[in-house]
Design a protein around this ligand. Sequence first.
Ligand SMILES: [Zn+2]
Length: 270
Amino acid sequence: MRFSNSKIKWVSLCFCLLLSLRIIQGYKESETARTLKLEQGNAAHEVHCSRERSRAAQKIIEEYLMPFVEKERYQMSSRCRLHSDNDLYRDQEQHKIRVDVNEWKCGYCRKRFYEEKYLDQHFDNRHYDLLNVSHSRCLADVCGALHCDLVMDSTPRKTKCNPAAASRNQHLCESLADSCFPVNEGPSASRLHEFFLRQFCDAHTCKGGQKPFSRGHRKTRNVFYLIVSILTMMLLLLFYIFIYMHQRGMKGGTVQLKRISKSVQKKKPS
Ligand SMILES: [Zn+2]
């Protein structure tokens, strides 16, 4: 196989670009690590509420509960533990700005970070005073009822069902249904109470057969995925058509070349 000069130039240019990107990335990482070390020196506080699990609970509420609450035009009371006021991290989470795939910005002080986890650590260390501690509620505490493990990738799934834990989660789940959607508050609350039991509580059993989120979730994401998949399929199709046309052109060229060489051979002996 022979490489032309321009091809070699292109490959070396790409290599140089990749190398310089890697160097910049390494610099950014070391800078972030240094910042964190400095900040950790100042940190002398501790919050006993998991940010990751709170985020998972918030995600479940947003996707699997709120679309139905909005449909019923129901206003959840702040007494309900699922109300956004009871999320310790809500304000901080709302101050996360995703600039790029590998760039996160703090909405309070505009500092930039390479990964979300560094921004989380920055929030913990620098903006501790902005945590919504007034209600002293931790959204992660309702994770058992909301099946947070299902949306958290890092959590290893337990294969064996624990009947005591299942019953505890079911109890918590039912108490959430009672406090967030009291049946004596009218038909909307009643319908949502019933919905909540089916959507979240029925699956807390070791008997199997019941799956959480059986009533579905927010549809907008599906539409987005559908558009992306259609675009990908179209691009793939165009790519294959291009390859096919290209190969056909090459074959046509070789056939013509063969014909020419044959005719030359035939002419030669004379
Ligand atoms: Zn900040």
